[in-house]
Structures are given as structure tokens and as C-alpha cells.
Write a protein that binds this ligand. Structure first.
Ligand code: ASP
Length: 333
């Protein structure tokens, strides 16, 4: 039987940037950023999130350790999050001002820069799968609304009967009230460097609470909330989407890495802590570069997040999950 040990690390972990080293693969996840320190302090609540983040990591790990491709791992991890009501994606998505659910998702392949995104879909069970179909089975990059649904249906994707499928008791209460000014930060994302050296990024979200007029956030916009390029990094963002769109955040991390030769940690931290902070654009991102270095900075009080990688030399994985500044780490024996 495998033995594991847990290490509690306290301190400032807003950015985890590790030295370059041999990693067979790396997988990072986020489950949204926001003012979530109260969650970290609540043992029962935080336990649910740590467990969910850990499950996501282990789903991806099973695929990658068996030699699976990054895009397979990204899709499986995001499908898991989309089925988990704790997160603002799929079931559990936040609602529009009309009390409906409009879902956005994107996936991008760093190998050839192919990408697929859907925006404002209401009946696709797994928006990440619709995004994947756009990437692999259409000549387009981005589809929206009813057209995206027709496309998903004709590609045999699982559809739900009504938009209420995505409601949970909690979101139903918000719909009933619709008074709060902001609810739910839990967009999900996954980035991977796989054993073939390919980078993949994916993001899925219900968007911002009380959004209206068909608002589309950064998540399904290639270069804003999602980007992958084998010559640079794979990035998935979460936070106040309008700011991430204005600053082309995901692409900017890659551009800083490629052209300014910044490390992924420096590139990610500069944009999250300096560029966005200056404008109060709250949020964070996860990013991994082609060598397996990674960063997970956030400028809000917390970001649900996790990492797992396999050390090429020892063949063992190392992983960690966090909400606020604390990370809970675990090493395979
Ligand atoms: N970035 C998402 C959006 O603006 C929301 C989030 O990450 O919480 O749609």
C-alpha cells in the first residue's frame, strides 16, 4: 500500500513558482478566485473544497500517468468540476439577472494553437465538451448561444432538457432573491504540460452574477481568460472578466515569457499584482511553461487551486491544494 504524508505550509503562497526541474508532466487547476478566506477558516467547508480540488488533481493524474494527452486530462478535470455544485461552472453556475444560466467555456492546444470556445450556452451539459467539439469538428474558434447549441446537438453531445438543470438549492435561493451585489466566484480551469511536452489550457464558467444583455466574460475569449502555446505557457484565468479581457491577460503572460524572457512566475505575478491591481481587477490565474515551471498568483484574498506533477527522476508525484495562503501538500512515497 502506498503511504502518503501531509505537510501544512503556512505563509505567503500567493505565487508558487518553482525552479526548473525535470517533470514528466504538470497539471494545475483553479476553482475560482475571490474573498474566500472565510471558507479557509471553516473546517467543514474548506474540507469539501480541498477534497474536490484533490479529486480533480487525481482524475488528471490518472490520465497523465498512463501516458494520456494533456487535452484529455483538461477535459476530464473540467467535466468533473462542471458536475460539482461547489463551483461556478456547469451545475452550480452563477445566474444571470433573469435567473437563467449562460455558460462559457474554452480549450486551447499549445501544439498547433487550435482552440474552441462556446459562449452563452444554456442546454449543453458539459460546455467544455462543446468547446472541444468546436476545436476539433468545426472550422471556427468561437460559437455562441443557440447556434453553439445546435452545433453541440448535431455533434451528439449530451444536452439537458431545461436550463434549470444547472440550478442548485443555493443558486435557486439567489434567483429567488436576486438582490445581492455579487455572488459566487468559482470559475474552473485546468492547464497541463503532458509527457509529450504539449501544453493545453481549458476554462469553464457560469460568468458573473447578475450578468445581462448576453454578457460574455474572459473565459471563452482566447488570449483573455484562456491561452496555450507550446513555445510559451498554458494559462487559465479567473476573476473580474472585463479586466482580463482589456489586458489580454492569458496572452500577456505568454508574451512576457516569450519576448521579455520573464519566468512564468514573474510574468504571471506582474500582471496579477501590478497591472490588474492598479485597476482593482480582482482575480488570479494558473500558468505552466514548457519546462514545467508553474505559477498560481491571485490578488483577491484567495483562489481555489491545486497542482500535481510527476518528478521524472523519482517517478513520484507531488501535489498541493489551497484556498487562501495555506497550501496542503502531499508527496507520493
Ligand atoms: N472570469 C469569469 C467571468 O468574468 C468569472 C470568474 O472567474 O469568477 O466570466
Amino acid at each position: 500500500m502506498k503511504a502518503f504524508y501531509f505537510v501544512m505550509l503556512l505563509g505567503l503562497f500567493s505565487t508558487i513558482s518553482l525552479q526548473a526541474q525535470q517533470r514528466e508532466y504538470v497539471l494545475l487547476v483553479h476553482g475560482g478566485a475571490g474573498n474566500i478566506t472565510s471558507v479557509e477558516k471553516d473546517d467543514a467547508k474548506s474540507g469539501l473544497y480541498y477534497a474536490a480540488l484533490d479529486s480533480a488533481l487525481m482524475i488528471g493524474n490518472a490520465i497523465l500517468s498512463a501516458g494520456g494527452e494533456g487535452e484529455e486530462a483538461v477535459r476530464a478535470v473540467i467535466r468533473y468540476f462542471e458536475s460539482n455544485p461547489l463551483f461556478n461552472a456547469g451545475v452550480g453556475a452563477t445566474c444571470t439577472v433573469d435567473g437563467t444560466f449562460e455558460l462559457d467555456a474554452a480549450i486551447m492546444r499549445g501544439r498547433d494553437l487550435s482552440a474552441g470556445t462556446v459562449a452563452g450556452v444554456k442546454l449543453v451539459k458539459h460546455p467544455i465538451e462543446a468547446a472541444y467539439s468546436v476545436m476539433t469538428a468545426s472550422p471556427h474558434v468561437m460559437l455562441s448561444g443557440a447556434g453553439a447549441e445546435d452545433f453541440a446537438r448535431s455533434n451528439g453531445l449530451e444536452m439537458v432538457a431545461t436550463n434549470e438543470y444547472f440550478a442548485t438549492p443555493k443558486t435557486q435561493r439567489w434567483i429567488d432573491e436576486l438582490k445581492q451585489s455579487s455572488k459566487k466566484n468559482g470559475t474552473v480551469g485546468c492547464v497541463v504540460l503532458d509527457s509529450k511536452g504539449n501544453l493545453t489550457a481549458g476554462t469553464s464558467t457560469g460568468g458573473m452574477f447578475k450578468k445581462k444583455w448576453g454578457r460574455i466574460g474572459d473565459s471563452p475569449i482566447i488570449g483573455a481568460g484562456t491561452y496555450a502555446d507550446n513555445a510559451g505557457c498554458a494559462v487559465s484565468c479567473t476573476g473580474h472578466g472585463e479586466y482580463f479581457i482589456r489586458h489580454a491577460v492569458a496572452y500577456d503572460v505568454c508574451a512576457r515569457y516569450k519576448y521579455l524572457k520573464q519566468s512564468v512566475g514573474e510574468a504571471a505575478s506582474t500582471i496579477i499584482h501590478h497591472v490588474l491591481n492598479a485597476e482593482a481587477g480582482n482575480g488570479g490565474l494558473i500558468a505552466v511553461d514548457k519546462e514545467g515551471n508553474f505559477a498560481m498568483p491571485f490578488n483577491s484574498s484567495g483562489m481555489y487551486r491545486g497542482y500535481i506533477y510527476k518528478d521524472a527522476e523519482t517517478g513520484k508525484w507531488k501535489k498541493g491544494v489551497g484556498i487562501g495562503n495555506k497550501m496542503i501538500e502531499d508527496v507520493q512515497h
